[in-house]
Design a protein around this ligand. Structure first.
Ligand SMILES: C[S@@+](CC[C@H](N)C(=O)[O-])C[C@H]1O[C@@H](n2cnc3c(N)ncnc32)[C@H](O)[C@@H]1O
Length: 259
């Protein structure tokens, strides 16, 4: 499993915060006593849930020790964090009011099995809300598939592109799956047109997420050369303009409530 770097992830904190806020704003559950943030990362966004549900015990779960260590800084009487793999997480039936998973389920397989189990964990009025990036290749998947890199990167894959075997389903599949589990489902897609500052900002963005499996698989001169190849491809796909670099980023949102 590739390692996560909380500092690199937080470099685009504002851009990454927006989908979280827009997801949470659509959750209809007004009062909550038990809230879980699945794949909570460095806990920055988890902490904002305390304002929305001031009476709730809020638990952030993440499978990365580095992320859980960073999240510890937000610990309080209301907020706790634990190391846990979402794939193994089995909450008790009817025990939760809100489950949030922002930008994390694209790293977790078998949604067909897990989502109904999590839906069953919701109490009446409770909501399961998640957001996942929609599959696209910002340059790295195509570079990794080149003859030069395929033998070295055969086992690595990012969250996007044809080699990734992304576990993310289509919006209609989630509507069917969660309606079948007894929830009322609101699903939508949005493309954000982020304007990123600085040199090679698209590389810097994905270095904190989808590029990690590739970069972790290389070292030394290979790593330098692959980095140069990916940066060059990304500059072609997302040219720098006088005001910054435009990164169109499509995302899928699902908010499902047990009425
Ligand atoms: C892109 S970050 C999102 C962090 C946070 N939800 C946010 O909105 O800022 C993805 C997080 O999912 C976590 N993650 C990946 N696979 C996971 C799994 N199987 N179980 C729990 N967390 C996982 C990663 O460690 C990482 O912290």
């Amino acid at each position: 499993m590739a390692s996560w770097d909380p500092q690199q992830y937080e470099r685009f904190a504002d851009e990454r915060a927006r989908p979280f806020r827009e997801l949470v704003a659509r959750i209809p559950t007004t009062s909550a006593v038990a809230v879980v943030d699945l794949g909570c990362g460095p806990g920055t966004m988890t902490a904002t849930l305390a304002t929305r549900w001031p009476d709730a015990a809020i638990l952030g779960l993440d499978s990365s020790p580095a992320m859980i260590a960073a999240a510890a800084e937000h610990r309080s009487a209301q907020l706790t964090f634990q190391l846990a793999d979402a794939a193994e997480w089995r909450p008790q039936r009817g025990s939760l009011d809100v489950i949030v998973a922002n930008a994390s389920l694209q790293w977790v397989g078998d949604h067909e099995t897990l989502l109904p189990l999590w839906a069953a964990a919701l109490d009446d009025g409770g909501t399961l809300a998640f957001q996942v990036p929609l599959s696209f290749d910002p340059g790295m998947v195509a570079v990794a598939a080149r003859e030069r890199w395929a033998p070295l990167l055969g086992g690595a894959s990012g969250t996007t592109g044809p080699r990734s075997a992304s576990p993310v389903l289509g919006a209609a599949d989630y509507v069917r799956l969660l309606s079948g589990a007894g929830l009322t489902v609101d699903a939508w897609e949005t493309t954000y047109y982020h304007v990123l500052p600085g040199e090679d900002p698209v590389f810097e963005w994905f270095k904190g997420t989808g590029l990690r499996p590739y970069l972790d698989a290389l070292s030394g001169a290979d790593l330098e050369e692959f980095t140069a190849d990916v940066k060059e491809r990304m500059r072609q796909l997302y040219p720098r303009e006088p005001f910054g670099t435009i990164l169109p980023f499509p995302r899928l949102f699902v908010v499902a409530q047990r009425a």
